[in-house]
Design a protein around this ligand. Structure first.
Ligand code: SAM
Length: 281
């Protein structure tokens, strides 16, 4: 008799966000594989769950998957949990799921919270089609390349983002995608839950003035829309005048171009192209 592997979702902040079935499953299984056992113990303690735990994280995933597979083959039921939300969504689980399936072990989901879904449904952006892209690369060049790859996708785009990278990510998104509607969802289900909505240029401006962005963040960006092309209504002469005025105020050309682009709701690339055209005219 083979054991069963349960993929159990746990809260993303508010301890009450756990299903009855998740609690029962965590009580019933022989072992819980947890991303961080100390973190998970707090949850288990809160719900009076005494099941044994073992660590399962990105650094021991391969070896621990083999060990857990051996347990499953002996008939033990195993639950996998991550620090928050649904295992497998930007958290370890995939390798064990694959290994279990390759060995005919039943894999059963016990669904519950996931940060991207909570953020999406309250974002006010279309939910009919979305593209979950996980974390963007941390370096600007790679991040822009990735955003460029996603640029033509006609779906709401969803990202996980670290607070200290939010400002740069918004700048790059504005540059590559233009002034699309977007939402920063922070600290979901926690005391300081916050949704900040606006165009990418407005959010980039807001967060460029925020010194200490904290907490966990989901960034959601609208698909490309025709009304975003409103920057087309701005004439090249207006752009040229604004850049000249900002230079008069003391900004160097690069900074003036960047600021003018932001104020007029266009990407820096577009501003640069238009300025080149205006100079030839
Ligand atoms: N498995 C998790 C899930 O299902 O959402 C995601 C794990 S991933 C390593 C962690 C990232 O999820 C955080 O950096 C943040 O971007 C997002 N996240 C997790 N909890 C969140 C919360 N309460 N509010 C906003 N974002 C959250």
């Amino acid at each position: 008799m083979l054991g069963t592997l349960y993929i159990v979702a746990t809260p993303i902040g508010n301890l009450a966000d756990i299903t009855q079935r998740a609690i029962q499953t965590l009580k019933d299984v022989d072992i819980i594989a947890a991303e961080d056992t100390r973190h998970t113990h707090k949850l288990l303690q809160h719900y009076g769950i005494n099941t044994k735990t073992t660590s399962y994280h990105e650094h021991n995933e391969q070896q621990r998957s083999e060990e857990l597979l051996a347990r499953l083959r002996e008939g033990n039921d195993v639950a996998i949990v991550s620090d928050a939300g649904t295992p497998g969504i930007n958290d370890p689980a995939f390798r064990l799921v694959r290994l279990a399936l390759d060995n005919n072990i039943p894999v059963v989901p016990v669904p519950g919270p996931s940060a991207f879904l909570a953020a999406l449904v309250a974002s006010g952006l279309p939910t009919d089609e979305f593209f979950f892209a996980g974390f963007l690369p941390s370096r600007s060049g790679a991040r822009r390349t990735r955003l460029n790859e996603l640029r033509s996708i006609a779906s709401t785009l969803i990202f996980y983002e670290a607070p200290h990278r939010l400002r740069d990510a918004l700048e790059d998104a504005l540059e590559v995608l233009g002034p699309r509607q977007a939402v920063v969802a922070r600290e979901l289900t926690k005391i300081h839950e916050e949704f900040r909505r606006g165009k990418l240029n407005e959010l980039a401006e807001y967060y460029s003035n925020e010194q200490n962005v904290r907490g966990e963040i989901v960034l959601i960006i609208d698909r490309s829309r025709d009304e975003d092309k409103s920057s087309a209504a701005v004439t090249n002469t207006e752009l040229q005048r604004l850049v000249a005025r900002l230079e008069d105020e003391g900004l160097d050309h690069r900074a003036a171009l960047k600021k003018a682009a932001r104020e007029l709701g266009m990407s820096r690339d577009e501003a640069y192209r238009r300025l080149t055209v205006a100079r030839r005219q």
